[in-house]
Design a protein around this ligand. Structure first.
Ligand code: RAT
Ligand code: ZN
Length: 431
């Protein structure tokens, strides 16, 4: 019998061929990634119709809690609790002086401010904070939203929306004409992490709940979730959990997730997003800047994914130590979609490591980054910096592929980049 014909390899490429191909590929990946419109799947931004809730401008950029934490490192006595008594302008002055004038602004959060100003066409090197303030004062918010999203190449952002928030909750009840670029996510930390207080709140709002989590209460909490998912047109429900979260467990959080949240999510087809590993208020004096990190027991996540195959889980973990195990879990559970390099992992050295790990273990079935922006202008730097690192990782991986003779076409690169910048998330939500 004749041996079957094999596709023939051509002349083996020379070193010069490979180097030329690699340079071409790298340039192509840079070009494609720079132009991909991003869906930013987790932010703390708000629809501009929500007025003062949407933060923007130089002072907000400077008092970002990532920078406040860094400022507190310089002379506790001088900063300390006095900081919180200062006006926002005075806080911004102090951050500017401490981190940008008295020290070189090398941290990721500091560089972020400078990238943002630079991309806006401003010369921060003049160190003229009053002039920067005057420039920002000249903008109307609507036009500025357009400008920031355009510069960042962001086609849509997902907000973090809490019915429990004193300002936001009533606004949703009143309603407004939505800006379709600002999609909603129903955030339920108060419900899951402080059930006794949440129960009183729900009762005040007319839901027939009692602290005991009996059948009527469970039904009523589910009604609450259904009401708010509908009102918000939520893309998903979300919670951030501490490192010691366990599932299954007798704790109210685990029972509510199992008996209320997941049945609601399954019925409505919405994913449940878990952000794992935050230790709240490690240093309460720092307020929002005082949270820390701990390694999570991801057996809890494995148990959730295994016991609720009909549910979809969107997950990011805060601890570097958890990143590898999370990727391995995603290989086991198709109902698990991993996303983003969150908070303390959103530094180039870790974004590179984590993205490489994900590509090498999962291919492209994940979402590379979310901005977590709290201030509108931050989307500019968060995406600028993320694109640079993701492009570098993709380019390296394609170059290695090309050495086997498998050279991706520009449309392959485009399809791949779309996936990790929002496409894979959308497919996961639809699926
Ligand atoms: O990254 C942050 O800004 C944190 O303060 C948290 O908001 C975190 O992203 C969260 O959503 O819990
Ligand atoms: Zn967040």
């Amino acid at each position: 019998m004749r041996r079957q014909e094999q596709p023939r390899a051509g002349r083996p490429p020379t070193q010069a061929d490979l180097a030329g191909r690699a340079a071409g590929l790298r340039a192509e990946v840079q070009r494609v990634v720079a132009g991909i419109p991003v869906l930013d799947i987790h932010t703390h931004l708000y629809d501009p119709a929500l007025g003062a809730l949407l933060l923007w401008g130089i002072d907000e950029l400077l008092v970002y809690h990532y920078l406040v934490a860094e400022t507190f490192r310089h002379g506790c006595g001088r900063v300390g609790s006095e900081f919180w008594r200062l006006s926002k302008t005075a806080q911004a002055d102090l951050v500017w002086r401490t981190l940008f004038q008295e020290n070189s602004p090398l941290s990721e959060a500091c560089r972020g401010v400078l990238t943002t100003l630079h991309r806006l066409g401003l010369d921060a090197h003049q160190r003229d904070l009053p002039a920067l303030r005057r420039w920002f004062a000249g903008w109307k918010v609507e036009a500025y939203v357009d400008r920031c999203l355009e510069l960042a190449g962001v086609r849509g952002v997902v907000m973090t929306n809490s019915p429990f928030d004193e300002l936001e909750g009533p606004a949703w009840l009143r309603g407004w004409r939505r800006d379709s670029r600002f999609q909603a996510a129903l955030r339920i930390d108060p419900l899951l992490l402080n059930w006794p207080v949440a129960a009183r709140q729900l009762a005040e709002w007319g839901y027939r709940v009692r602290a005991d989590l009996g059948a009527t209460t469970r039904g009523e909490v589910r009604r609450f979730l259904a009401d708010w998912s509908r009102r918000l047109q939520a893309r998903y429900l979300m919670v951030s959990l501490p490192p010691d979260f366990q599932y299954p467990a007798r704790a109210a959080s685990a029972r509510l997730i199992e008996q209320v949240v997941l049945p609601h999510c399954q019925e409505s087809g919405l994913p449940f997003a878990l952000m794992l590993g935050v230790r709240r208020a490690v240093n309460p004096a720092l307020q929002l800047a005082g949270d820390g990190v701990g390694s999570s027991d991801l057996a809890a996540l494995a148990n959730l994914c295994a016991a609720h195959a009909g549910n979809k889980f969107l997950v990011t973990v805060l601890a570097r130590e958890n990143q590898h195990e999370l990727c391995v879990l995603a290989r086991k559970f198709p109902n698990l979609h991993i996303f983003g390099c969150w908070w303390f992992t959103n530094v180039p050295v870790l974004v590179e490591e984590i993205t490489r790990l994900r590509v090498e273990l999962l291919g492209l079935s994940f979402t590379a980054q979310h901005s977590d922006a709290r201030v509108l202008d931050q989307v500019i730097y968060k995406w600028d910096h993320a694109r640079a690192v993701v492009a570098q990782v993709l380019a390296d991986e394609y170059v290695r592929l090309a050495a086997t003779g498998w050279t991706p076409a520009p449309r392959d690169i485009e399809r791949d980049a779309q996936q990790v910048f929002g496409g894979a998330f959308e497919r996961f939500c639809r699926g």
